[in-house]
Structures are given as C-alpha cells and as structure tokens.
Design a protein around this ligand. Structure first.
Ligand SMILES: Cc1cc2nc3c(=O)[nH]c(=O)nc-3n(C[C@H](O)[C@H](O)[C@H](O)COP(=O)(O)O)c2cc1C
Length: 287
C-alpha cells in the first residue's frame, strides 16, 4: 500500500501509484477543518531518510469528499482514508464522512509527531486512544485501522489499548521525532524546528515495533518504515506484518517500487518453497 501523506489525495496521482503496482492507497491525513500546515522548509534530507514537518496541511473533509468520490471511481484498488482530529467526536465525524463518500477503510492518525493536541498526543495516552477508537468504531461500519507512533515508552501497551477498543488492524510506524540544524547558520532547518524521520534510518525501529506487538496482537499488523525493496518487505512479514506500506521510497524510486517489491516477495516465496505469503507472516518468532 501507499503510506499516508506521501502523495496527497488527487485521483491522478493516486492512479499512478496503482499503475506502479500498489494493492491499496492511503490518503494524506484529513481533518474536520482546512489547515494550512507549517511554513517552509517542511522537508529536509537526513543521512538515511527524510525529516518532515508538513503540519498536516489539508482542505478539510467537507472539501475533500468530492475528490474522494472521484478517486474511488478512478481506482481499482481499496482507498483507505487517513483521519486526524482534535477530539474523539472530530475523528468520528471525519471518518463517517469519509466512509459515506466511499472510503473502503479508515486509518486513524494518532501518531503524527509534530502537531499539538492531535496525532501522537492522542496515541501516547491509552485512555484517550481508547475513547477515539471506540467513537470511530461506533460511527462507521468499515474497518478501522489505527496507526501507531514509535515515540512512546511501550508500544505494546498502546497497541493493546487500540485493539481492546475495537481496532480491526494496526499500522506501525509513523515517523520518529527528529530535527536538523545547519552548522553554518546555527538555525534549525525545518520551519517547525522539530519533525519526523522516515526512510531507511527507521526500518530497524519499525521492525522492532511490529515484532513486539505481534507477540500479543490478535488483529492483522501493517508494517511501514524504511521499506524500499522486497527484502525489507519480507523482513516485516517475518516480524509479523501481513501487509506493508511504502512512503519515502516512492519519492526516491518512483511508483514502480510497488511492483518491484511485490515481484521480489513472490520470487522469495518460490525460492524458499513457501506456498503462500501467510506461511512467512510472523515466522521469525518460531526461529
Ligand atoms: C512527507 C511525509 C508526509 C507524511 N504525512 C503523513 C500523514 O499525513 N499522515 C500519516 O499518518 N503519516 C504521514 N507520514 C508518515 C508515513 O505515512 C510513514 O508512516 C512514514 O514515513 C514511515 O514510512 P517510510 O519510511 O516508508 O516513509 C508522512 C511521511 C512523509 C515522509
């Protein structure tokens, strides 16, 4: 799947991702009201990835529903709408509007590391997270996926809270809190100063999160963080993910990264004589 936030919402852009071989797309996070996002620069290159602090720029769900209907018409794969809010009621309202406009599932962004009073401020607190997930579950009939933050002391406790509240699947991970400073000017580079690190640098962190949560989780896990080739994706499957998302590597490798990864997984399964991808999900726990 395409990870949230990498290529926005437009039907044309998302169609290119599907042509590249993605099995589903996740939209950029959408809230109840329009939001400008942060001043530039919003993205900076790091040694093994990107640091971004976009600030959740989005047109708001009321503007977005028409585009979502177009996207649904144009795409042959499931469209998952990423939702954020400042309260349980907001999450529920945005999710409901998204589903009414055709979303096949919603992914709750309770893990954005750089916007106050939403994102990881919700996903760091098991009680608050539980209330948000319950409210959304009561509001929609489609699957509710909860996207977790690595910026917590114990991700297993947070995952359990989401699952108990009714989450149908968990996505791990959102970006890791990070920053960049220019040595010449002494100025923090990002407009917001602090942002989130993505790309190959965070893959070992994401793998550890999936591996740890898999031990007690009873819902499917979706792995994301630093996947840029089939071998990365296979590592996530072995850790316990039953699907993966790709974000930063779309920027570096283009949309064809999805087909390359899918073909590589197929070739791996054949070479190792596995009958199905299900045979490798969580396999590293038994080794
Ligand atoms: C520029 C950029 C924007 C992002 N925007 C969002 C967003 O709106 N909502 C969200 O849940 N995650 C967002 N993310 C996080 C990604 O979906 C993903 O969890 C993270 O980048 C790790 O995957 P990757 O290493 O494959 O990029 C964003 C990441 C980047 C790089």
């Amino acid at each position: 799947m395409l990870a949230s936030g990498i290529l926005g919402y437009s039907p044309e852009t998302l169609a290119r991702i599907v042509e590249g071989g993605a099995g589903a797309v996740v939209t950029k996070s959408i809230g109840l009201k329009p939001r400008m996002g942060y001043a530039n620069p919003t993205v900076v290159e790091a040694s093994c990835g990107l640091i971004n602090a976009m600030g959740l720029p989005n047109p708001g769900i009321h503007e977005f529903v028409d585009e979502l209907r177009e996207t649904k018409k144009a795409l042959s794969v499931p469209v998952i709408v990423s939702v954020y809010g400042y309260s349980e009621g907001e999450y529920a309202e945005v999710a409901q509007k998204a589903v009414e406009a055709g979303a096949d599932a919603v992914e709750l962004n309770v893990s954005c590391p750089h916007v106050k009073e939403t994102g990881s401020e919700i996903g760091q607190n098991p009680q608050v997270l539980r209330d948000v997930v319950r409210a959304v579950k009561a509001a929609v009939k489609k699957p509710v996926i909860v996207k977790l933050s690595p910026n917590v002391t114990d991700i297993v406790e947070i995952a359990e809270a989401a699952e108990k509240a009714g989450a149908d699947a968990l996505t791990m991970i959102n970006t890791v809190r990070a920053m960049s400073i220019d040595a010449e000017t002494a100025v923090p580079v990002l407009g917001n100063r602090v942002g989130g690190l993505s790309g190959p640098a965070i893959k070992p962190i994401a793998l550890r999160c999936v591996y740890s949560v898999y031990e007690s989780a009873r819902v499917p896990l979706i792995g994301v963080g630093g996947i840029s080739g089939w071998r990365d994706a296979v590592e996530f499957l072995l850790a316990g993910a039953s699907a993966v998302q790709i974000g930063t590597a779309v920027a570096t490798k283009g949309p064809r990264v999805f087909r390359d990864v899918a073909r590589g997984i197929d070739a791996y399964l054949k070479r190792k004589e596995f009958k199905s991808v299900n045979d490798v999900v969580g396999l590293s726990h038994h080794r």
